[in-house]
Unconditional design. Sequence first.
Lengths: 160, 443
Amino acid sequence: MSVLTPEIRRKIEAYLSRYPNKQAATLPALHIVQDELRCVPAQAVREIADMLDLSPAEVADTMSFYGIFRNEDRKLGTSRLWICRGLACALREGEEVLADVCHKLHVKPGDTSADGKITVEFVECIGVCEGAPAVLIDDTGRGNVTRDKVDALIEELRKR
Amino acid sequence: MVKFEPVLLKRILKKASPSFDAYRADGGYQALQKAVLQMTPEQVVDTVKASGLRGRGGAGFPCGLKWTFLPKGRPGPIYMCINADESEPCTFNNRVLMEEDPHQVLEGIILSCFATKATTAYVYIRYEYGASARAMQKAIDEAYAAGLLGDKILGKDFRLNVFVHRGAGAYICGEETGLIESLEGKRAWPRIKPPFPAVEGAFRKPTVVNNIETVACVTHIVDRGADWFKSIGVPPDPKNPRDPGSYGPKLYCISGHVNKPGLVELPLGVTTRELVEKYGGGVWKGKKAKAAIPGGLSMGLMTEKEFDIPLDFNGPSKVGCLGLGTAAVTIIDEDTSMVDVLFNICRFFEHESCGQCTPCREGTGWMLKIVDRIRRGNGRREDLDVLIEVGDRIGIMPGTTICGLADGAGWPVKTAIRKFRDEFESYIKEGTKTKALPLVGAH
């Protein structure tokens, strides 16, 4: 049973002409699959390897190095809320924001809220230091997320 | 003395549209036309060499000189990788350049590829910069539509393809060979050098890796000339014949305990005190500053008494810091525990060590464990000497690791303990516990 839909395969194939070999399309392929399926299942690793003329071990080796990618046991929720723990944010209550979010959603970093809406993570400096404390929502940064803004942020993400 | 006017931030400060048409209307792509229609690639390389431009990614290597390391006349492709991985904590200047004036960056990329005869450029953008990736992709699409990318650019025998390649959350991808390994679809383990990328880089072909701010400078150097660039900044130290000087404008990122964190463009050589007081709105909450980091965490720590050294490529090393780094200046106030600051820094490097080299993998782990033990009130007398010893021994400078992450991990440990020793000693002697233990598993 193929996990990669024809649409996903089409998107991956579109990347192949950018590089002189197929292995270079590994990261784009992993991103495409995870964006669609909210994880990269083991079967997807095999199918990506097949498309890129690699062994599944090679794809799994790359995937395991980067903390972004999740296997099917730890599937992501609808939104991924990363809270920055870099120095500039920690100096302006970033750690307290992380604690507040975890307490309100009853999760620890890495887990997804019970309603499946929000996965909470800490993240290393996301480069929004002029707006510390900052968060990353999926792949878009947002600054000035102070402790008093946490409730509104959670409500916003619950509605997505 | 001519007052300095921002160049890199000029359009951004007046909130000009990032679109191709607006950039063109503001005089954009004239430098590219001049280069492609009136100059040879060799002349562009010579101009950049003459300007004294040094890389803005952290190492400060002379850009034009690096370009000359490419082999001449060898058949086959040359690649350019634009390093937009910007992950040095407290640094955000590349993000602002890409999000708000992507064509300035793109013009610099095309110019650099014209100069180095690269036929494909990969803009490696960290995953966390989604808005930057979208802005750069839009600019690239507009450039293709306008005939400034693809085959026969400006009607000449100049062919270039530019692709955005998204990272996946690893600081080590900012190291040029880590970036290349990641581009090739592997784990980002840096390579032993030599061979350097100019000889054998991406896909085993000659490759140049340049930072985003560096290529943005190339745009203006071709536009206004090498002499203009050298009229800004600090000339070489006459006592040091190997000093290439600190020329040109620099983006300084101000963060931490100031009233107005933000980005400012100034000639190289401004001091920390000027950044805090003239541009950063002063230390926050009416407090005094105790310490600062001059150029991202890897550079180590400065005391408040060291705030008057110029932040050019030479200044920070005179006070025991690793160098200018990314010119990301973070201010720490008098009420902050330096043990907490060092814990935050050690936690970052332990997490980001790629694990390839034993001294870094084990050393960052042990430095974190020891500092954590100190901040929980269980420090031991010998801890500080062990920390300094580890910090001194891991890295490319002591010759024990493949890349410089370990040097960056060791420098904050050494500088924090040497410059703030009494604070660490009082934790150990009095069994002080830090007030801000991690509140939830952020580690």
